[in-house]
Ligand binder design. Structure first.
Ligand SMILES: [Zn+2]
Length: 404
């Protein structure tokens, strides 16, 4: 099947009528529907599907075993996300299996498609949950206690999705089977489209260092109409100072990013001075040091504004991942075997970035003509998606030829 036909089958699953695009969160019924779809697709191809202790799915072509070639991606989305971030990699993996089959290929090494749980952190705040739990970079106790915006814990959500949270944790057995991992993903910027030949496919070189911080400013809830300025302790002011500081902090720091994309006032009434405001800072840069500097600068601005307004500020790191450099030998080999496609860095995090700490890992990108991602307008041309699947098939075929 083509990538377009596969994505067409799930085009109506998890549409978000309010935000536009899709809201497909980890361990939620909508993601469950997508996982069921994947399992059916895999079984139709004779693949043997297993769920690991962290809720990740593995569809095996041949007997599972060590030194396997693994591809795949994720099916969840950010709130109001696009159709391609995640599902493109899963659909391209299935399509690549079809291409390999039609060419009479039989893998000489075990080959599997992995589908990782809650990659975006759209529900529980921590991105790449499935791969972090698997590699041991996230403490299972801390994970079980994570809550979504309705106060449901990850443990509860996992149980209702049929995954036993008591089994969460580092999975050395599963990791030992992975010889290498290649994730295909829609590009989340315009770097490929800005190249003269606008290539369909590129290979990743690195991922920015990236963290998420939760800020809570506490003031005094009061009446918007009757409270004079000297009596106001409005937590929105320190929050606003932080948002502005986030933009200022990027000045002079090449490649740094700082974004406040989520802000929740409590109680959240138009005629109410909030009693508290929670907001989340996403900060990234080519190395860890500038990320820390950016966060310190923003925290200092929020703290000064909080002191001036008579508010309290607390800041908590929710996740951090250092710069990822993908396996240089694998990167150069893939780029050469695909006809000298460009090698590009990315600012977006991926399960491949988490697995790269444990196994040789590479990524293929498919061109995104506008660069828009994590939004309903995210797009990739059908011809580029099919070229991506063909490139993935060639890559898997070549890797499977390697001697263990
Ligand atoms: Zn993704």
């Amino acid at each position: 099947m083509t990538v377009t036909a596969l994505l067409g089958e799930i085009a109506d699953v998890g549409r978000d009528g309010r935000r536009g695009g899709y809201s497909r969160h980890g361990f939620a019924p909508v993601e469950g529907e997508l996982r069921t779809w994947f399992v059916e697709q895999a079984q139709r191809r004779g693949l043997d599907v297993r769920t690991d202790r962290n809720g990740n799915l593995w569809a095996w072509w041949g007997t599972p075993g060590p030194n396997a070639v693994i591809t795949g991606s994720h099916l969840d989305s950010v709130p109001g996300g696009g159709a391609f971030d995640g599902p493109l990699g899963v659909a391209a993996s299935l399509s690549a299996v079809d291409l390999l089959r039609s060419g009479g290929f039989q893998p000489g090494r075990p080959l599997a498609i992995g589908v990782f749980s809650e990659e975006e952190g759209g529900r529980f705040g921590v991105p790449c949950l499935g791969s972090r739990l698997m590699t041991g970079s996230l403490d299972p106790d801390a994970a079980r206690r994570l809550t979504d915006s309705d106060g449901i814990t990850l443990a509860e959500a996992a149980s209702s999705a049929g995954v036993d949270p008591a089994r969460f944790g580092r999975d050395d057995e599963a990791l030992a089977d992975i010889g290498c991992f290649v994730e295909l993903h829609v590009e989340q910027g315009r770097a490929m489209d800005l190249l003269d030949d606008r290539p369909s496919v590129a290979v990743a070189s690195s991922i920015l260092a990236h963290g998420r911080w939760r800020f809570t400013v506490t003031g005094v809830g009061n009446h918007a109409g009757t409270t004079e300025v000297p009596d106001r302790r409005d937590p929105m002011l320190p929050a606003a100072a932080a948002v502005l500081a986030a933009r200022r902090a990027l000045g002079g720091r090449a490649g740094a990013r700082a974004t406040v994309g989520r802000l929740t006032p409590t109680p959240g009434g138009t005629n109410v001075i909030a009693s508290s405001v929670d907001f989340w800072l996403d900060a990234r840069a080519p190395e860890e040091a500038p990320v820390r500097e950016v966060v310190e600068e923003i925290t200092a601005a929020a703290r000064a504004a909080a002191a001036e307004e008579g508010c309290e500020l607390s800041v908590r790191q929710e996740s951090f991942g250092d710069t990822v450099l993908f396996d240089p030998a694998l990167r150069d080999r893939l780029a050469a075997e695909l006809g000298g496609v460009p090698v590009l860095p990315t600012g977006a995090g991926h399960d491949a970035g988490i697995l790269a700490s444990r196994v040789p890992t590479a990524m293929l990108f498919v061109r995104n003509p506008t660069g828009i991602s994590h939004a309903p307008a995210e797009h990739a041309e059908p011809a580029d998606c099919e070229a991506g699947a063909a490139a993935l098939a060639r890559t898997l075929e070549s890797l499977c030829r390697d001697e263990p």
